[in-house]
Design a protein around this ligand. Structure first.
Ligand SMILES: O=C(O)CCC(=O)C(=O)O
Length: 276
């Protein structure tokens, strides 16, 4: 049996970066989380989700936030998907980046959000990440002793091609630090996590910041886990909190054997290919 005990941390994002990090530290120290294998934080878990803050809060890979997350993973002996943070590279570009640490605190994965969130819904949400951020260009999967996990960030998950590429690369779980909003969250959030799970026969996990109506961006919250049948295993409300879900990778194998549609693709007629 390959069961991954996964903690989903729907945290509050403070204006002061150090408070958001301390919050993660305190939550992980809770004795109820003693036996977890993996913990996941939300998108921009220590930076308010607004363009004006991304340059100010950005750090290079290996910076203070990175160091702290690496230490937390090693200290608890867990895999940590450190939500996402604004990352500044040597050329001064800023990315929305998720780092993954193994049980020893070594970085074993890194995803730079590939699809920037540029939308303008009349009477609803406006956002233009491309005002400050640069897109990444890598499909991200990483290995654990349980199996392979795919990783993308929020708007990336709207692109079924990306989830399928991760599945084709062997992902059995797809993890998505994310922050949907009050316009798109109510109709699209659960639907997407269930649909990608069904289409790819994977577990899907979405981890969002808690809603803060005093913030510039109102997160939908509702962190979620769906199984490879598309069943919602757990969904939170909008408040801060922690939930543990058990992901049984034998289920992925069973579902794929019983309903083998991934093998029934007509690759003689159509094919998804990666250019880079
Ligand atoms: O796709 C959506 O509706 C929300 C996306 C988003 O908030 C993000 O990419 O940060």
């Amino acid at each position: 049996m390959a069961i991954i005990k996964t903690a989903i941390l729907q945290t509050h994002v403070y204006k002061e970066k150090s408070l958001s990090i301390t919050q993660a530290e305190e939550l992980l120290a809770d004795p109820e989380l003693k036996n977890i294998d993996l913990a996941v934080l939300p998108e921009m878990f220590c930076c308010p989700y607004e363009n004006k803050y991304f340059p100010e809060y950005a750090e290079p890979e290996g910076g203070d936030t990175w160091e702290k997350c690496s230490w937390l993973a090693a200290d608890h002996g867990i895999y940590l998907i450190a939500g996402s943070v604004p990352e500044r590279d040597e050329a001064g570009h800023i990315y929305n980046t998720s780092y993954v640490f193994d049980r020893k605190g070594h970085q074993i994965g890194k995803h730079r959000k590939m699809h920037l969130f540029d939308i303008d819904v009349k009477g609803g949400q406006y956002f233009k990440e491309s005002d400050t951020l640069t897109p990444g260009d890598q499909v991200t999967v990483f290995d654990t002793e349980f199996g392979r996990i795919g990783l993308c960030i929020c708007y990336d998950f709207r692109f079924p091609e990306l989830a399928r590429l991760m599945t084709d690369k062997g992902a059995e779980i797809i993890i998505v630090p994310a922050a949907f909003n009050m316009t798109t969250g109510p109709l699209h959030w659960e639907l997407m996590f269930r649909q990608r799970a069904v289409d790819n026969q994977v577990y899907t996990i979405g981890v969002a910041p808690a809603r803060d109506m005093n913030a510039g961006y109102h997160s939908w919250g509702h962190s979620i886990a769906a199984d490879p049948w598309g069943k919602v295993l757990m969904q939170m409300d909008e408040k801060p909190g922690v939930k543990i879900v058990e992901l049984d990778l034998d289920e992925v194998k069973k579902v794929r054997e019983q309903l083998p549609f991934l093998k029934h693709r007509r690759e003689d007629i159509y094919k998804l290919s990666q250019i880079k």
